[in-house]
Design a protein around this ligand. Structure first.
Ligand code: ARG
Length: 399
């Protein structure tokens, strides 16, 4: 008896996931392997990947175009939550995992598979995100993770694959481990493993080096409706097109790079480089619009929600009950977050230089220092007396 009968495997076209096909069949006695390659806007040609799965022994090879859903249902809610893990990482890789998990589960149900599989190792966050998301969507499905158990080195994996006709990588493989999708790129390993090493310029693909950015600043107006980005410089765009256009504009000015040492869920610190130009600009612009349209108490309370939300997404709990409850909170706060933020892009920086909204709570009559000031200055005295009373009482006791 094998570990499963029919398996849907998340497939990237790389050596490791190709080897997973043979491994599942020959070591774990799986009868049928259906591969699923997800298009998340990573820019790969999917048809060669689909064919490669068949050449590597898959019984059926599927391709799922998830790009539009990725932006609309995963990125946009995260932008409404201003989600930044450890205050910096906009979760560009993490957000894709629950969606891939959903596609795997959908395919498993459609083809009546009893398990799904992925090629994650046992050291990263992605295995957690897959396993927990799959369990949340269909707790009856088994999850198989061959690379977590096989204990093969890179060379051994390649040699194992060759036995089953899986070609070893033609070009000398890069020392980096890279994950990419429409939201950004995550780069780790190789010389980056030393946190003291400055990243070489060669690792970047979506953002220009400062030396190559335009010598003139560029202004950009991003409009939101209920916390959702809808247009750039007045042109209404579909979610995916908006993100792609924005990656281009913002990346050209070199904004959106992050170099950090982060805390993985599995207890390891890792050094990671990110580039996520559109996502970083959208969070910046969105948060700015909230400063105009949310009350002080909602703004402040939401900061705590945002931090928890970011941790949940990072830690694989996208479909958890707490995450769903926080979604409802965030959603409720966004009903009046509509308007425009104006950014100035220049030499690696994105600076907010303007914001406006029909729902603005900014009241010139109250804010002004001019003669048309409507704020009742005398009222401040009584307010401050009451506000400071506990501190006054305390001070009188301790002096
Ligand atoms: N550390 C990030 C995360 O957990 C990105 C991991 C991406 N993988 C990579 N090979 N760079 O979301």
């Amino acid at each position: 008896m094998g570990r499963a009968n029919r398996v849907v495997l998340a497939y990237s076209g790389g050596v490791d996931t190709s080897v997973c096909i043979s491994y599942l069949k020959h070591e774990w006695g799986v009868k049928e392997v259906i591969t699923l390659a997800a298009d998340l806007g990573q820019g790969d040609e999917l048809e060669p990947i689909r064919e490669k799965a068949l050449k590597s022994g898959a019984d059926k090879s599927l391709v799922a175009d998830l790009k539009a859903d990725f932006i609309k249902d995963y990125a946009f809610p995260a932008i409404q939550a201003n989600a930044l893990y450890e205050n910096r990482y906009p979760l560009s890789t993490a957000l894709a995992r629950p969606l891939i998990a959903k596609a795997l589960v959908d395919a498993a149900e459609e083809y009546d598979a009893d398990a799904v599989a992925h090629g994650c190792t046992g050291k990263g966050n992605d295995q957690v995100r897959f396993d927990v998301s799959i369990a949340a969507l269909n707790p009856k499905l088994k999850v198989l993770a061959p690379a977590r158990e096989w204990g093969m080195s890179r060379e051994e994996t390649i040699a194992y694959g060759e036995k089953f006709g899986i070609e070893s990588p033609v070009k000398k493989s890069s020392p980096y481990s890279i994950d990419r999708n429409a939201l950004g790129r995550s780069i780790e390993a190789g010389p980056l493993e030393d946190p003291w090493n400055e990243p070489l310029e060669e690792i970047y693909a979506m953002t220009r080096a400062i030396a190559d950015t335009p010598d003139e600043p560029e202004y950009l107006e991003i409009s939101f409706e209920q916390g959702i980005p809808v247009s750039l410089n007045g042109d209404t765009l579909e979610p995916l097109a908006l993100v792609e256009t924005l990656n281009e504009i913002v990346g050209r000015h070199g904004y959106g790079r992050i170099d950090m040492v982060e805390n993985r869920l599995v207890g390891i610190k890792s050094r990671e480089i990110y580039e996520a130009p559109a996502l970083m600009a959208l969070i910046l612009a969105h948060r700015e619009l909230e400063s105009l349209t949310l009350t002080a108490d909602v703004t402040h309370y939401k900061r705590g929600i945002e931090e928890t939300y970011s941790q949940l997404v990072y830690n694989g709990l996208w479909y958890s009950p707490l995450k769903l409850a926080l979604d409802a909170f965030v959603e409720q706060t966004q009903s009046r977050v509509s308007g425009v933020t104006r950014l100035k892009l220049f030499k690696g920086q994105a600076t907010v230089v303007g914001r406006k909204s029909d729902h603005t709570l900014y009241t010139p009559d109250l804010a002004t220092y001019g003669s048309d000031d409507l704020f009742d200055h005398k009222a401040a005295e009584g307010f401050i007396y009451v506000w400071g009373l506990p501190t006054r009482v305390w001070a009188e006791k301790v002096r």
